[in-house]
Design a protein around this ligand. Structure first.
Ligand code: FAD
Length: 446
C-alpha cells in the first residue's frame, strides 16, 4: 500500500509489532489478518478503505477485541485503537469519542463535570462497538440503550467517503448504526449523550452458590418491583483459585447479585432489603459509591481471556425457567461454565426514543441470559456444549438475542437477532453503502 498512510501504521504478519497490533481481549483464536492498518487519523481510515476497495479486499474492524465475532483471517484489519481521543462538552452534556476509545476514557473525562455515560458492565469495552450493538449497562433501564445516546457518527463507508451522519444527514444510515452492529463502515468518531450522574447506591453481593435456588427465585420476583432507575443482574460464578481474589472467593461457587440505584442510599437499602434477607452473604459490597467506581458493580475480568460464550434474551422468567437454569448451572452440577448470568432489562430500554427509528434488537426482552465457559485445557473441548446447554435450558422462554452478547457461537446467524422489518431495513442500508460486501465478508450475516 503506497498511500498517504504514515509508517508505522501498516503492520504485516512478519513484523514484530503484529502481535500487539492484533491482540484481542478475547483470545479464543489468534487473529490472522493479512495486514493491519493502525489508523491514527480519519485520513488513515479513508486511505485504507480506498486501497482495500481498489484491491478487492475484505475489511474488518477492531478496537479492543472484546467481541470475537469472526475469524479475521484473510482480511485487512483496520485497528481503531489509537483513535481514542475523548472531548466532553459539559454545556450540552455530550462527549465526542474516537472510534477506538474505551468507556474508561469517557468516564475519566466526564466524571469531573458530574456527568456519566451509559456504559456497560466493564469500562474496558470499546464505546463504538458497544453502541453499534445496542449496549446495555447499569444506567440503561434509566436512560436507554447505548445506541439511544448516539447523536452523530462520523464514518468512512466502503466508497472511501467520510460521512458525518446524524438524524438529518443520511438518516437511514444513522438509524442502522444505532443497533445494527456491523457491515456499514469504519466509525471514526461518535457523539454521545452524557447524564448528570455523579454517584449511585450500588455494588455486588457475593452469596454462597448453594443459596442460588432461593436467591434466583426471589430475584425473579423482586426485579419486577424495581423502579426504572434501579438495575440488577445475578450471576452463578465458578471462580478460579486466583490468589488475587479475597480468600473466601478463591475457587468458590458463588451467586453474585449486582445492584445499582440512582436514588438515595436509604431508598436503595430499602429496595435491596428483601434480597439481603434471602441468604447470608459471603461479602456485601453494595453501598454509596462514586460513578467513577462503576466497574466494581460487576467486577468483570480485565485481563485477556479465551472464552466461549452463548446467550439469549428471555420474554419472561417464570419459576420453571429458573429451575431449568439451575438444573444445568446450579449447586451440585458438574459443569465447565464459569458464569451463567441473568440481566434484568426493560425500563427505558423498552421505549424507543426520539424519531422512533433505530436498529436496537431485543427492546421488548425482559431478561438476558449470558453463559460463558473457558477455552482452556482440559475443558476447552466441552466449553461450547456447556454454554449452549445453559441457553438450551431456557430455550422455551427465549425471544432472540442481543448483538453485543454474541460470540463465535452466533456463526452466520447474527442477522436473525432483528425482527424481519429491521433485518430487511439493515440489509437495504448495507446494500446501499457497501454493495460489494467489503465489510460483510466476515460470515456474520448469513
Ligand atoms: C468483559 C465484557 C463485558 C461486557 N459487558 C457488556 C455490557 O455490559 N453490555 C453490553 O451491551 N455489552 C457488553 N459486552 C459486549 C461488548 O459491548 C461488545 O463485545 C462490543 O462489541 C465490544 O466492542 P469493542 O470495540 O470493545 O470490541 P471489538 O472486538 O474491538 O469490536 C467488536 C465489533 O464492533 C465493531 N466495531 C468496533 N469498533 C468499530 C468502529 N470504530 N467502526 C466500526 N465498527 C466497529 C466491529 O464490528 C467489531 O467486530 C461485554 C464484553 C466483555 C468481553
Amino acid at each position: 500500500m503506497t498511500t498517504s498512510i504514515t509508517a508505522p501504521a501498516l503492520v504485516r504478519p512478519e513484523d514484530p509489532a503484529y502481535a500487539a497490533a492484533v491482540a484481542p481481549f478475547v483470545t479464543t483464536t489468534a487473529p490472522r489478518p493479512d495486514l493491519v492498518v493502525e489508523a491514527r487519523s480519519p485520513a488513515d481510515v479513508v486511505a485504507a478503505v480506498g486501497w482495500a476497495r481498489e484491491e478487492g479486499r475484505a475489511v474488518t474492524v477492531q478496537a479492543t477485541g472484546h467481541q470475537l465475532l469472526a475469524d479475521l483471517a484473510g482480511s485487512v484489519l483496520i485497528s481503531t485503537r489509537h483513535l481514542d481521543d475523548v472531548r466532553v462538552d459539559p454545556l450540552t452534556c455530550t462527549a465526542v469519542v474516537g472510534g477506538g476509545a474505551r468507556w474508561q476514557q469517557v468516564i475519566a473525562a466526564a466524571v469531573p463535570h458530574g456527568l456519566a455515560p451509559v456504559c456497560g458492565s466493564s469500562s474496558h469495552v470499546g464505546v463504538v462497538g458497544f453502541c453499534l450493538g445496542g449496549g446495555h449497562g447499569p444506567l440503561s433501564r434509566a436512560f436507554g440503550a447505548g445506541a439511544d445516546q448516539v447523536r452523530r457518527v462520523p464514518i468512512v463507508t466502503a466508497d472511501g467517503v467520510e460521512r458525518d451522519v446524524d438524524a438529518t444527514h443520511e438518516p437511514d444510515l444513522f438509524d442502522a448504526l444505532r443497533g445494527g452492529k456491523t457491515g456499514f463502515g469504519v466509525v471514526t468518531e461518535m457523539e454521545i449523550a452524557l447524564h448528570p450522574v455523579a454517584r449511585l447506591y450500588g455494588g455486588g453481593i457475593f452469596f454462597p452458590g448453594e443459596a442460588s435456588p432461593q436467591l434466583l427465585h426471589a430475584w425473579r420476583e423482586w426485579v419486577a418491583t424495581l423502579p426504572d432507575d434501579a438495575t440488577s443482574s445475578v450471576a452463578l460464578l465458578r471462580l478460579p483459585p486466583d490468589p488475587s481474589l479475597p480468600p473466601p472467593l478463591q475457587g468458590a461457587f458463588v451467586t453474585h447479585l449486582r445492584f445499582t440505584f440512582l436514588g438515595t442510599a436509604a431508598e436503595g437499602a430499602a429496595l435491596l432489603a428483601p434480597m439481603r434477607a434471602v441468604a447470608t452473604p459471603i461479602a456485601d459490597m453494595v453501598d454509596e459509591m462514586p460513578f467513577a467506581a462503576i466497574d466494581a458493580v460487576h467486577a468483570d475480568p480485565t485481563d485477556p481471556m479465551p472464552i466461549w460464550d452463548d446467550s439469549a434474551t428471555l420474554g419472561a422468567l417464570p419459576a420453571e425457567a429458573v429451575d431449568a437454569l439451575l438444573a444445568v448451572a446450579g449447586p451440585g452440577v458438574d459443569t465447565s461454565l464459569v458464569m451463567a448470568e441473568l440481566r434484568h432489562l426493560g425500563g427505558a430500554i423498552a421505549r424507543r426514543p426520539g424519531r422512533g427509528h433505530d436498529a436496537v434488537a431485543g427492546r421488548d426482552a425482559a431478561f438476558n441470559l449470558y453463559a460463558l465457559a473457558p477455552m482452556v485445557p482440559p475443558v476447552a473441548a466441552i466449553a461450547p456444549a456447556a454454554a449452549r446447554g445453559a441457553v438450551d435450558a431456557v430455550r422455551p422462554w427465549a425471544t432472540g438475542g442481543l448483538p453485543n452478547f454474541q460470540g463465535p457461537a452466533a456463526g452466520g446467524r447474527l442477522g436473525a437477532l432483528w425482527d424481519d422489518a429491521t433485518a430487511a431495513f439493515l440489509a437495504g442500508v448495507r446494500e446501499q453503502y457497501d454493495p460489494a460486501g467489503m465489510f460483510r465478508t466476515v460470515g456474520l450475516l448469513g
